[in-house]
Design a binder for this molecule. Structure first.
Ligand code: SDX
Length: 414
């Protein structure tokens, strides 16, 4: 009897030098560095450099990466036009998938021999940086167009995370929450309108540093997690020597699912269903009776907690205090304590990330695209590693269909 490992659970299929997930010690290393140390000390640009190059950047390398990233922040007109072809009711993950497909077709235009589609390691490093640089504009534009708001041009004076927030919220993200409640209509009118030109805006406030810090930490925590479903999808596509963008488009499709990246969006749908902490017990009674999976809990690898949760929960706690939202903390704590007590299944990163992104002001449907903008660094590191291996991924299957049978009257050619 063939030993089938459904879902490849517990199966080690290859080696990687990009990251190490250790369920025994509940730890995660990016190229050897504990992720919580990186989240506490590094800008996201440095983490991206580390994943792509294997070492943290020195000052000059970081400056060079920042220059390149800033050069590619603006949303290209043809990518914007492709997004505009979609109804505003399209899921933002479909918008992002479409945009990456257009970006990829532009980047690889003119390659007429499929043998050249894979590109060289250096070409793919530069493609990775450009794609990573453009994703904030894609995600930010998606949320703004759904709200009927104009595109906001990037700013050269802000780092990756702060500029991402600026392009999404403009001056709204620069006003401390306490002040925001007291801004009069007249005062609001005096706030300089965000620039809508495709060039960088010359002016603008400073995005709230509390939000920038929490958002930066979330980007670092989401960046990489060994052979998760979307990364493995990217590796399978890369293993055929297809191009980097095709592999990222496939990974986006895998990440969208609620058993994977879509869970951070689904956590907020759960919070909306429950409403207040007082409703947790009856809600959970009904949900478990219906054998529902509770979004934001459980993990295929970690079985007693997710190494990233403490860092993201601390960021959520900071935002709860910053925006004076104890109700969010009460609901979060009530659902966690009740579910862990009943099932012994612990939160994963998506559980604290969902409410944190909601407090930052992101629409619920924007949450998983945020995951894409971060995880594209890990995906592209793995894509380049798989391409270098030059080895097709093609598992076996156990046939359980009908026994061999034949077409009535068929006679083989003599
Ligand atoms: C991510 O792999 C990665 O690294 C992914 C990720 C990354 O960074 O890339 O960490 C990001 O995808 C995190 C996971 C986000 N998904 C969710 O929060 C969705 C809810 N979680 C479950 O669907 C589930 O926990 C999985 C899919 C995450 C993991 O499932 P497994 O390992 O396949 O475990 P299982 O489904 O076989 O569950 C074992 C038992 C089952 O009960 P029985 O059928 O044995 O009675 O535990 C139960 C499950 O029903 N269970 C849950 C549950 N998770 C497991 N029951 C209710 N709610 C849950 N969340």
């Amino acid at each position: 009897m063939t030993d089938i490992k459904k879902g490849l659970a517990g199966v080690t299929v290859d080696e990687t030098a990009v990251s190490k997930v250790n369920p025994e010690t509940n730890s995660l290393l990016y190229r050897g560095y504990p992720v919580h140390e990186l989240a506490a000390t590094q800008p996201f640009e440095a983490v991206a450099f580390l994943l792509w190059n294997g070492e943290l950047p020195d000052a000059e390398q970081l400056a060079a990466l920042r220059r390149t990233e800033r050069e590619h922040r603006a949303l290209p007109d043809d990518v914007r036009a492709a997004i505009d072809l979609l109804p505003t009711s399209a899921h933002p993950m479909d918008e992002v998938r479409t945009a990456v497909s257009v970006i990829g077709a532009r980047e690889t235009a003119g390659i007429s021999n499929v043998m050249d589609a894979v590109g060289t390691p250096e070409e793919n490093l530069q493609r990775s940086i450009r794609l990573w640089a453009q994703l904030p504009a894609v995600v930010a534009y998606g949320q703004r167009r759904r709200r009927g708001q104009e595109l906001i041009a990037p700013r050269d004076d802000l780092d990756y995370a702060a500029n991402f927030l600026w392009m999404t919220f403009g001056e709204e993200i620069c006003t401390p929450p306490q002040a925001a409640e007291h801004v009069e209509a007249t005062e609001a009118a005096s706030v300089p309108a965000p620039s809508t030109s495709s060039g960088s805006s010359a002016s603008g406030g400073v995005p709230d540093p509390v939000v920038v810090d929490a958002f930066t930490r979330s980007m670092t925590l989401y960046a990489e997690h060994s052979f998760n479903a979307s990364t493995f999808t990217a590796r399978v596509i890369a293993s055929t020597l297809s191009d980097l963008f095709s592999a990222v488009v496939g990974a986006i499709g895998a990440l969208k699912g609620p058993l994977h990246g879509g869970a951070n969006e689904a956590v907020l749908h759960v919070f909306d269903e429950i409403g207040t902490a007082g409703n947790v017990v009856p809600w959970l009674d009904a949900a478990l009776a219906d054998k529902r999976k509770i979004m934001g809990f459980g993990h295929r690898v970690y079985k007693r907690g997710d190494s990233r949760v403490p860092t993201m929960k601390a960021a959520l706690d900071t935002l709860v205090a910053h925006y004076d939202r104890p109700d969010v903390a009460e609901l979060y704590d009530a659902l966690e304590s009740e579910f862990v007590a009943r099932k012994g299944i612990y939160p994963n990163l998506d559980y604290p990330s969902g409410p944190a992104y909601a407090l930052m002001g992101f629409d619920t449907l924007t949450f998983t695209p945020l995951f894409v903008a971060s995880r594209v660094t890990g995906w592209t590191a793995h894509i380049r590693e798989q391409q270098a291996a030059n080895a097709l991924i093609r598992p076996l299957s156990e046939y359980v269909g009908p026994d061999e049978r034949h077409i009535d009257g068929y006679v083989a050619d003599a």
